[in-house]
Design a protein. Structure first.
Length: 172
């Protein structure tokens, strides 16, 4: 019995949502909970508290998030400051998949995101089930909910930008 429980918890994906808009966090959380089984989601309204969380989790030996969905524009510590602080933590063996998200499609932001090796992609808001399913599938997670293409006909018109890296796959 204990072995089965340990196996279940070892496959639970830990996800970090960093966004100062509560509605964006709520939408992302609900979509993630619909798409993958039993996600462990932690939420933050700005970058500094997320960095503090990562540092404390590392200190006590707890698993760190495998996926970080990071808003760019936030009041206290924005997405760029978070990425700089994460680099300063020197967690060399920690390589989460970080996806920047923004309601604006600013080419300067997209170019800047490409300068950070930890950033896997740039996602325009609002996030869609298709976007998240592609990310989870690329990470080896099976999606419990596969949206029908007809539900999201406008999806094809929403640009999603991914960096080309040898280890990364342009999936959307």
């Amino acid at each position: 019995m204990h072995v089965i429980l340990l196996l279940l918890f070892s496959f639970m994906m830990k996800i970090c949502l960093i966004d100062d808009e509560w509605i964006c966090r709520l939408i992302a959380q609900k979509l993630i909970e619909k798409i993958i089984a039993d996600p462990d989601i932690v939420e933050f309204t700005e970058g500094q508290s997320a960095i503090d969380f990562l540092a404390s989790q590392r200190l006590i030996g707890e698993p760190l998030p495998e996926l970080i969905l990071l808003d760019i524009n936030m009041q206290l510590a924005n997405g760029w400051q978070f990425l700089d602080m994460l680099q300063d933590l020197c967690l060399y063996d920690y390589q989460p998949r970080i996806y920047m998200s923004s309601s604006s499609i600013d080419s300067d932001d997209m170019a800047k995101a490409q300068t950070y090796p930890a950033v896997y992609g740039y996602l325009p808001k609002p996030l869609t089930p298709m976007m998240l399913c592609e990310i989870f599938s690329d990470m080896g997670q099976s999606c419990m909910y596969l949206p029908r293409q007809t539900e999201y006909d406008d999806y094809q018109s929403i640009p999603t930008y991914f960096k080309a890296h040898p280890a990364k796959k342009a999936v959307i």
